[in-house]
Design a binder for this molecule. Structure first.
Ligand code: CP
Length: 309
């Protein structure tokens, strides 16, 4: 089967066709409301989620498919010591496609090796990757900024543990002329292995958001990832390092957009939510449409729409 474990698993042409399908679904959701009739999605979340899980489940239901899953991973036989490999081999007996989130890095890639015909989608593996958030982010950038090339993208917050950021930066670096400004405390800088993938001169690093906010076309804020910290004290010291508020937004371009994968804690003051440049809840909405497109593509049913209506 075909899997989505990290954004680089898909070519730019494949990404483009997912975006176009998402656009078509947004324009004509009824046309796709039965394309997954008779198909089952297994929803395997071994770590908490609101957006990713519910947008995947809503996506499958809105395509006419159905879902299976557990409310609590302790209710699956993994709690009796069953391996994830055996779990996936079993789930494949019952399902057409599976989405998995797990706190351990590399889990989605590992279990994909046990799935013979069932596509596996990585819904987040530890601090590593979150490719469907990247698809959500791309659709948002496309809708608000017209395309991906030549933007100055500020990425602010927990760049060390933020998996949405790792996937997004790897993805955007594949487009023409994108420049990054990495804004973080020294303790939470972008990992070397990702910086090494970027060409010289396409990024700079700073600790000071105020100094750079006026240069940005996109400001991607992120939460300090409490669940990845070994020391609670260190988390508490860093958690409110950046708070984007109305005052800071005054220095930003009139057409800059503020994105955030959510959940947010304090890093964007709620007073910013009414600013037309704040697009993070629209971003969350696009997450469902892009996941509808992804599921339809991976199951090869996107062309069934005409036959079903
Ligand atoms: N953006 C995101 O992954 O949110 P959840 O953790 O709520 O799924």
């Amino acid at each position: 089967g075909r899997h989505l474990i990290e954004p680089n698993d898909f070519s730019l042409d494949e990404i483009e066709s997912i975006m176009q399908l998402a656009d078509n679904i947004i324009a004509n959701p009824e046309g796709y409301s039965m394309v997954c009739k008779g198909k089952l999605l297994a929803s395997l979340f071994y770590e908490p989620s609101t957006r990713t899980r519910f947008s995947f489940e809503a996506a499958m239901l809105r395509l006419g498919g159905e879902i299976i899953g557990f409310d609590d991973p302790n209710n699956s036989s993994v709690s009796k010591g069953e391996s994830l490999g055996d779990t996936i081999r079993t789930i494949e007996c019952y399902s057409d496609i599976a989405v998995i989130r797990h706190p351990r890095e590399g889990t989605a890639r590992l279990v994909s090796k046990f799935a013979k015909n069932m596509p596996i989608i990585n819904a987040g593996d530890g601090g590593h990757e979150h490719p469907t958030q990247t698809l959500t982010d791309l659709l948002t950038i496309r809708k608000f900024k017209g395309g991906y090339d030549n933007h100055v993208v500020g990425v602010c917050g927990d760049l060390l543990f933020g998996r949405t950021i790792h996937s997004l930066v790897k993805m955007l670096s594949r487009y023409q002329g994108v420049k990054f400004v990495f804004i973080s405390p020294k303790e939470l800088q972008m990992p070397e292995n990702i910086l090494n993938l970027l060409n010289d001169g396409i990024y700079k690093e700073t600790t000071n958001l105020d100094e750079v906010i006026g240069d940005l076309d996109i400001l991607y804020m992120s939460r300090v990832q409490r669940e990845r910290f070994v020391s609670e004290e260190e988390y508490l010291r860093l958690k409110d390092y950046y708070v984007l508020d109305k005052k800071k937004m005054k220095s930003a371009k009139k057409d800059m957009i503020v994105m955030h994968p959510l959940p947010r804690v304090n890093e964007i003051a709620t007073e910013v939510d009414d600013d037309p440049r704040a697009v993070y809840f629209t971003q969350a909405k696009y997450g469902m449409y892009v996941r509808m497109a992804l599921i339809a593509k991976l199951l090869g049913v996107e062309d069934k729409n005409d036959k079903c209506i």
